[in-house]
Design a protein. Structure first.
Ligand code: TYD
Length: 198
């Protein structure tokens, strides 16, 4: 595929969305995000994140993320890459592997398999993991939380460790310390990304 596919991952309130947008601007890439940035996205996203849906089964949750991703790949990510434009995505398959596979306990392999079906096997060229101590992201999140953000400290510690385990020993992952100012973190990201994708 002609364009490069860069994915940002990390826990809630790691500054991921801000940094993904900034990198997309700097590279002239298409910025996109999950869940929600496709034609069925807003409807699926509102089911997933509405705190009123506290009865949503974890299996339904996993499949809704996968459905959103399937549409997103077909409608946005693949056509953009094929047209030669880079894509920077705020979250992708690893979010499901970590949040649903590890956090919800379905296992990484089962969720990776569902995602493989959803994406037709499309994987990122590079994944940027923004890592931050959970006590700092807790302060950044504040009081107004969506359904996933309310999941509790133990869940978020598992999410952080799950990401670090995925990144370990994989050359296509870049682990970035996300503490510091927006500008400081952006410099770290640029240095790392240019090393892997000149
Ligand atoms: P969002 O408001 O986009 O948060 P963030 O800025 O943290 O990306 O909400 C997305 C939420 O959905 C977030 O809590 C992580 C969760 N999520 C999953 O559990 N599985 C997934 O596959 C994806 C894409 C997101």
């Amino acid at each position: 595929m002609a364009g490069k596919f860069i994915v940002f991952e990390g826990g809630d309130a790691t500054g991921k969305s801000t940094q993904a947008r900034l990198l997309a601007e700097r590279r002239g890439a298409r910025f996109t995000f999950e869940p929600g940035d496709c034609s069925i996205g807003p409807a699926v996203r509102s089911i997933l994140l509405d705190p009123a849906n506290d009865h949503l089964s974890f299996r339904a949750e996993a499949l809704l993320y996968a459905a959103d991703r399937a549409q997103h790949v077909e409608e946005v990510i693949r056509p953009t890459l094929e047209s030669g434009v880079d894509v920077v995505a705020d979250r992708y398959v690893s979010s499901s592997v970590v949040y649903q596979g590890i956090g919800r306990g379905f296992g990484a392999a089962a969720i990776a398999e569902i995602s493989r079906f959803a994406t037709g096997g499309l994987l990122p060229d590079i994944t940027v993991l923004l890592d931050v101590d959970p006590s700092l992201s807790d302060r950044r999140l504040g009081g107004d939380r969506d359904r996933l953000e309310q999941a509790g400290d133990e869940f978020h510690r598992m999410v952080r460790q799950g990401y670090l385990d995925l990144a370990e020993g994989d050359d296509s992952w870049l682990v970035i310390d996300s503490s510091g100012s927006i500008a400081e973190v952006a410099v770290r990201i640029d240095a790392g990304v240019t090393e892997i994708l000149p």
